[in-house]
Write a protein that binds this ligand. Structure first.
Ligand SMILES: NC(=O)c1ccc[n+]([C@@H]2O[C@H](COP(=O)([O-])OP(=O)(O)OC[C@H]3O[C@@H](n4cnc5c(N)ncnc54)[C@H](OP(=O)(O)O)[C@@H]3O)[C@@H](O)[C@H]2O)c1
Length: 328
C-alpha cells in the first residue's frame, strides 16, 4: 500500500511505523510540506497517517481506505468530506504520561516549588525553618482529587494519584457505565454533581473533551465553589475554563493555583505564542506548559506501534481497532 505520513511528531517514529522499512509498504514522509503537495500525493494514497486533513485533501483522496489519526482527537479531520469507503481510526497511549504530569503539577503548586526555586536563584532562602510567616505545604496523600471526565486520561489520573494515597472522586457523562477493575474511586457521579466535586476537592483535574456541553464549564460560579487553597489542572482544552474568571480567581487569591497545559488559542492559529490574553505569567501560583503533558517517548512509541498494527490489519483484511468512523 502507499502510505502518506504528514504528522511531524510521528515522523520521528517512521522506523517503528514501517518496521524499519520491512513492512512491504511504500511510505512517503510529507511533514511540513505545502497542502497542495499533500493533496496531489493523496490521489495515489491508500492510507494517510495525520493529525490534520483539509476538505480539499479529503476530496482529492479518491483511493484512500484509511485515515489514521495520530492522537485521540479527530476534530481536524473533515469526516463529511471523505469518500464513503474511508475508515478513520484514532489512538491513545497518553493517559499515563498526562497523569504523571498531573502529579508533578500538584506537587509543584501545593509545595510552592516554583516560588522556592525562583527565590533561591535570587539568593533568597525562604524557609519555614527561619520565617514563621512562610506557609507550610502539604502532602498529596490524604487529600482529594476530583477528576472531571473518566476516560483514558481520567482513569490514569485516578490510578496514579490513589497510588500516592489520594482519595479520588469523578464526574462523567454516564456515571453508570462500567469501569475497568481496580480503580479506587470514592464515588462517580454525573454532570449534575460537578459543583459537589469542586467543593470537595483539593485538586481538580479537567479531562473532558471540548464540546458545546463543556465549553465554559469552569466559569466564575464554578470557580467560586472551589476551595481557596485548591488547585485546578487543565490538561483537556483551554476553552473548558473561562479565562477571565480563572485569572481573576487566581490573582485575587480565591484559588490556590492552576496548572495550564492547554490554552484558549493555539500559537499556530495566530493567537500569539502564549495562547492566552490575561497575564498568567505574572502569577507565581500558575504552572504554564505548552500542551506537552502527553508528549513522552512512551506516548509516541505506543501510538506508532498501534498505527503500524492497524495498517497490517488493513492489509490482511482484518478488523481494525479504535475505529471512530466506519465505511458507510
Ligand atoms: N493535554 C494533552 O496533551 C491532551 C492529550 C490528549 C487528549 N487531550 C484532551 O483531553 C480530552 C480527554 O481525553 P481522553 O483521552 O481522556 O478522552 P476519552 O477517553 O474520550 O474520555 C473523555 C471522558 O470525558 C467524559 N465526558 C465527555 N463529555 C462530558 C461532559 N459533558 N461532562 C462530563 N464528562 C464528559 C466522558 O464520559 P463517559 O465516559 O461517561 O462517556 C469520558 O469519561 C480529549 O478530548 C482532548 O481534548 C489532551
Amino acid at each position: 500500500m502507499r502510505i502518506l505520513l504528514t504528522d511531524p511528531i510521528l515522523s520521528r517514529f517512521a522506523a517503528e511505523l514501517s518496521h524499519d522499512g520491512t513492512d512491504g509498504h511504500d511510505w512517503e514522509l510529507l511533514a511540513g510540506r505545502p497542502d497542495a503537495e499533500i493533496e496531489d500525493r493523496l490521489r495515489e494514497a491508500d492510507v494517510l497517517v495525520a493529525s490534520r486533513m483539509t476538505p480539499a485533501m479529503a476530496k482529492a483522496a479518491e483511493r484512500l481506505r484509511l485515515v489514521h489519526v495520530t492522537g485521540a482527537g479527530y476534530d481536524r479531520i473533515p469526516l463529511d468530506d471523505l469518500a464513503p469507503g474511508v475508515t478513520v481510526c484514532n489512538t491513545f497511549h497518553h493517559g499515563r504520561s498526562i497523569a504523571e504530569h498531573v502529579v508533578m503539577a500538584s506537587v509543584l503548586l501545593s509545595r510552592r516549588v516554583l516560588r522556592a526555586d525562583r527565590l533561591l536563584r535570587q539568593g533568597v532562602w525562604e524557609s519555614v525553618a527561619v520565617d514563621p510567616s512562610v506557609r507550610l505545604g502539604g502532602t498529596l496523600a490524604g487529600r482529594t482529587v476530583g477528576v472531571v471526565g473518566l476516560g483514558e486520561i481520567g482513569r490514569q489520573v485516578v490510578r496514579t494519584t490513589t497510588a500516592l494515597g489520594m482519595r479520588a472522586r469523578a464526574t462523567r457523562r454516564n456515571p453508570d457505565a462500567p469501569l475497568p477493575p481496580g480503580l479506587d474511586l470514592d464515588r462517580v457521579d454525573g454532570d449534575d454533581a460537578l459543583g459537589d466535586l469542586l467543593e470537595a476537592s483539593d485538586v481538580v483535574v479537567l479531562t473532558v473533551p471540548l464540546s458545546a456541553a463543556t465549553r465554559g464549564l469552569i466559569d466564575a460560579d464554578a470557580l467560586r465553589r472551589m476551595r481557596s487553597d485548591a488547585i485546578l489542572i487543565n490538561v483537556a482544552r483551554g476553552p473548558i475554563v473561562d479565562e477571565d474568571a480563572l485569572y481573576d480567581a487566581l490573582s485575587e487569591g480565591r484559588l490556590g493555583g492552576a496548572a495550564l497545559d492547554v490554552w484558549w488559542s493555539h500559537p499556530k492559529d495566530g493567537g500569539g505564542a502564549r495562547g492566552y490574553t490575561r497575564p498568567f505569567h505574572e502569577l507565581e501560583n500558575v504552572l504554564l506548559t505548552p500542551h506537552h503533558s502527553g508528549h513522552t517517548l512512551e506516548t509516541f512509541t505506543g501510538r506508532a506501534g498501534e498505527i503500524a498494527a492497524n495498517i497490517a490489519k488493513l492489509a490482511e483484511g482484518e478488523a481494525l481497532t479504535n475505529v471512530v468512523r466506519s465505511p458507510v
